[in-house]
Design a protein around this ligand. Sequence first.
Ligand code: GCB
Length: 667
Amino acid sequence: MKDGTGRSAVLIQNPFGRDHLDLGGAWPVIVDPRAPGLHPPLPGRDISGLVQGRVAGGGLELVEFAFTNARTLETGRDWNTQQAQLFFYESAIWHRRDFTAGKKSGRRYLLHFGAVNYRADVWLNGAYIGAHEGGYTPLAFDVTDALGEGDNFLIVKADARLDAATVPPLVTDWWNYGGIKREVLLLSLPDTYIRDYWIRLDDLATRRVRASFFLDGAAGGAEIELSLPELGETARAVVNDAGVAEVDFHTEAELWSPHRPQLYDVEIRCNGETIRDRIGFRTVERRGADILLNGEPVFLKGISAHDESPRHDGSAYGIEDARALLSLARELNCNFVRLAHYPHHQFVARLADEIGLLIWSESPVYWQIAWDDAATLQNARAQVRAMVERDRNRCSVVIWSVGNETPPTEPRLAFLKALIEEVRQLDDTRLVSAAIYGRDRDVRQPVVNTIRARLLTDAEVTEGTKTPVRDALLAAGVDADDRAALERLALAPRLSIDDPLSDYIDVIAWNEYFGWYYASQWAATVPIDEATMARMFLDLMGELAFDPAADKPLIVTEFGADAKAGFEGDDVTMMSETYQLRIYELQLAMLARSRKLRGLSPWVLKDFRSPLRTHPVYQDYYNRKGLVDETGARKKAFAYLQKIYDRLGDAPLQFMERKIAARDGPG
Ligand code: GCB
């Protein structure tokens, strides 16, 4: 067995729309926690035997593995929530699938996986096919040569281990669900086949549709026919020697929007294959600080979500999970969902097309990545490419995000710039962003100085408390004895949200945690005790506002507070529903004062699994910032945000600036 050789994976557009054999279901498995340490292999555990289908010979043959009588796991789902023993499991599992294939000559066969987390190694009938890294995007291998007529056996090793060089890295605030998590299909294709296609409205004024086709095989001269039967529109293109065909045509299609999510049947014919899809036509652009959908400004009433469903524990699978999640967003009166922090199941964007939700799609570049590692960049680039190629036919997707909360350093800037270029090369019809947390000097320092000035100008605060605060202010270069200067400083600042990345992205996306993390994170630098700091923060939130310096739209892509559903508490008790509600009230009042705000996606729709959230009473391995808990039970803040979004209609949040009374809600 040679790891890491073999062919590289490709991406097939619309695999379910091809002639296929579904290989999903219960597969026998070998759970192999120490697989990585077996070099050289122990005598009875020679893996080359395993992948070649060796079975115990009995008698005097030493074989310490077998798929016969082994436990089974369902593919298409994570392994962690199928068996209690695997809940925390993050190593390797070997899977075997026996199947019968009717192989026809002149056809190409591709083995497609919707996603395998994190690394997949694949063998077919003992031949090593290839490897793939990245747990959230599809991969496919051409297995035409290895496939046999009749009986076949497939071995897949899924290895969920993450480290400092992987994408995402080891430490994330979500569950590293392992396994062959999405579909496994054996595709049967013409010898020369359309690997990928991209159909989009290219120009709003002339209603010009452009379609690009990318073929595999000896392609030059092949003919492609594209038709929209409901509109009676047909276009033809001839494939060039590079295997690419392009065509554009005028369409009478109605524009797609969240209010009217009009989709059209599309049929693509080439070399005897007919691929069917449903496509909507719309444009998205930025003009100054506005986001334009079909040329009209749109305000994104959003929510962030992980790829988990309120229907069951574990990562989401199947269309009903996608429906459950997006229905919750619709119930909340959203027109926008931020799919964090990795590409979700392909069903999600397809469903969003159908029901009319705008989508933010994100790569798993998260927190602390190995910015200087060329292999990590190559890996991230491949994952970004797969994200864009998989979903660029989805009109619901309006923003590609290359990462989340990354430090504003030079190596990170170079890394993310490379990813942004990659996205723009693949897709020049959408906006590009990345969620940032803001520079210290733009956010923390001004807020901390305001808190210091408020303490020093408050007659009730004791001298003992004031002395270290005065020293800290002096050290920050402020004349702490100039009363007038202190009073000016005590006024709430208007924070400029910036990042070196601002020049390269279309939308400034900011994650902020006023009312949650900041008081405990920053109290020591004031210095003041955490509870006093937290109280002062609540006051300050009633006055703060933000705007990026750049003339670009701002979306606050995260804010929130944990709340354990059913724990009513009060508005000065963290982890309670009442406190979470209070933070939503204060946040919305604060955001409504921000002139360039063009959307928000609070954190988060549903409580989600996280290894970082271990509090036995409130969390038990759930991040509790959901507006609903894991069973779908609505918390108080759900109804509040739902009401605000309802009242807003199509208007931006700023229209409600005066109506959002911070304490009483919209009234
Ligand atoms: C963040 C991260 C998100 C976390 C969230 C939290 O800033 O972007 O992944 O889950 O905060 O709850 O801490």
